[in-house]
Ligand binder design. Structure first.
Ligand SMILES: Cc1cc2nc3c(=O)[nH]c(=O)nc-3n(C[C@H](O)[C@H](O)[C@H](O)COP(=O)(O)OP(=O)(O)OC[C@H]3O[C@@H](n4cnc5c(N)ncnc54)[C@H](O)[C@@H]3O)c2cc1C
Length: 459
């Protein structure tokens, strides 16, 4: 334990995971500093598809009494998610209640909530290093915005909420990395470079996608990459594209997107209101997310849905779970990784379970390809309600009759149904596995061995 730390907790990053972690800790009476490299008025802003699921925001409302996005924070209410292989007009339609938000406005409101609770904010300050003593992280080193000097700051805990940059995660030494399960760097198979534009159509006509988000697994985008069209309200759309970093031959994301917009909106003028790119870590979470004196949340923990790339909701939820777990450890005057283990258990029970399923679905989509995906949608091989159940983490239970009917429907592409049933067996295992994530660290190696054998995971 650090001698005289200035803070109970230092949070690196003021995105959704960091801010919610701060609010949960402040509400429990702890002394919290949050450091972000951005200036204060830009905290919360992020190049994003802007979709946010209702379930995560419900957690914030119930546990922290935080209001849903409203007013200028809200661009559109979302009711449906459409998934298509090749044609936008024959998509599988899933219920997907949520919001298209203005990331800056929503993020600034959450920041204000935290400041009102007593948050100490160090903005325009980039964290560069961690302080490690007695085999525990006990502070950070950042560059002071005015003098340019390196400053050390000590705390009982450090939270890595720095998003895809994962500044703390990259610095965790092997001695603190239990079973070496936290990767400092991600492979090119687990990272998506993305580019998106927010456009406003220049006409009296609105677009046809109000209250919808659409994911298109098109033939010319290597799966699991996709092209998205999200409704941003009246005449406005958030449109983007991403593919795995390993697809080095694909060329410029920006040019690709322009081609797509021109294809979907030929002969129509539009204004680009905002544009930008970013990286998304796209893999199930590491099997351990804690270390002596610290915790990973949000994108730094790889808590992004591997099929839909939704990370905003998981960032909020993991921030809340981290804040409450750290608070318990502080009350017991502990900072060892075992005192934070409950975070692993809760995250795997609530988020890891969905993301493991998402990873299996991603593998299915990769294996069948966009053409077959469209064929499956057209023939209703996977019905909308089954797709819905899978994405929500409930494996569809199909009886013998259903299977027979489907078999007849898709002749002669029988291999597709075999692939679906193989995945279905694995999806059934995920519930058992992730709801039984070990309560203590010593049982983790056996759990991983069983999981990898049953699901075919190899990371
Ligand atoms: C193009 C794109 C589209 C996306 N679309 C969606 C979507 O539609 N729906 C969805 O749910 N998710 C989407 N995501 C993912 C979502 O944006 C993230 O999962 C989410 O923002 C993660 O939150 P976070 O708090 O972990 O990190 P972030 O929101 O990335 O916040 C990290 C913070 O850390 C700060 N920081 C970083 N390094 C340092 C440092 N060294 N020192 C100090 N501060 C630092 C940054 O300034 C930033 O404020 C998208 C991502 C991208 C890139």
């Amino acid at each position: 334990m650090t001698v005289n730390p200035e803070y109970d907790v230092i949070i690196v990053g003021g995105g959704p995971s960091g801010i919610i972690c701060a609010i949960a800790l402040l509400k429990n009476g702890h002394k919290v500093a949050l450091i972000d490299k951005k200036e204060q008025s830009l905290i919360g802003d992020k190049t994003c598809g802007d979709a946010l699921d209702l379930e995560s925001v419900n957690v914030l409302k119930e546990k922290l009494q935080l209001e849903y996005p409203y007013g200028i924070e809200l661009s559109d209410d979302i009711h449906r998610m459409k998934i298509a292989g090749e044609s936008i007009y024959t998509a599988s339609t899933l219920t997907a209640p949520g919001f298209l938000v203005d990331r800056l406005e929503y993020g600034q409101r959450l920041l204000k909530n935290a400041l009102d609770l007593g948050l100490i904010l160090l903005s325009k300050s980039a964290v560069r290093d961690v302080i490690i003593e007695d085999n525990s992280v006990c502070g950070i080193i950042y560059i002071d915005k005015l003098s340019g000097k390196k400053i050390s700051l000590r705390s009982k805990f450090v939270v890595d909420a720095s998003g895809a940059y994962a500044v703390i995660r990259k610095l965790i030494p092997e001695s603190l990395n239990y079973l070496n399960l936290i990767d400092n760097e991600l492979s090119d198979e687990m990272v998506w470079p993305t580019y998106r534009e927010i456009i406003e159509l220049d006409s009296d006509q609105d677009h046809e996608f109000r209250n919808e988000i659409i994911l298109l697994y098109e033939r010319d985008i290597p799966i699991p990459g996709y092209f998205w069209i999200f409704s941003k309200g009246d005449r406005k759309l958030n449109i983007g594209v991403g593919w795995l970093k390993k697809e080095t031959d694909m060329g410029s994301l920006k040019q690709f997107l322009k081609k797509k917009i021109d294809f979907y909106y030929p002969n129509r003028n539009y204004k680009v209101l905002k544009s930008g790119g970013g990286q998304i870590p796209i893999r199930p979470p590491f099997d351990n997310l804690v270390f002596n004196g610290g915790i990973l949340v949000g994108d730094a923990a790889c808590l992004v849905h591997p099929t839909t790339a939704e990370g905003h909701g998981p960032a909020l939820e993991s921030g809340y779970i981290a804040g409450t777990t750290i608070s318990k450890a502080l009350k017991q005057n502990r900072s060892d990784f075992e005192s934070l283990w409950e975070y692993n258990v809760k995250v795997m029970n609530e988020i890891g379970i969905l993301h493991a399923k998402g990873y299996l679905i991603r593998k299915l989509i990769e294996n069948v390809g966009s053409k077959n995906l469209q064929f499956m949608i057209n023939r209703q091989l996977i019905k909308d309600e089954e797709f819905d159940a899978i994405i929500r983490g409930q494996p569809p239970l199909l009886g013998f009759k259903d299977k027979l009917k489907k078999l007849i429907k898709i002749m002669p592409r029988i291999h597709l149904i075999i692939q679906i049933y193989k995945i279905q067996i694995k999806l059934n295992h995920v519930n058992d596995l992730y709801l039984n994530y070990p309560e203590t660290p010593d049982q983790l190696p056996t759990w991983i061995e069983t999981r990898n054998r049953l699901l075919g995971f190899n990371f």
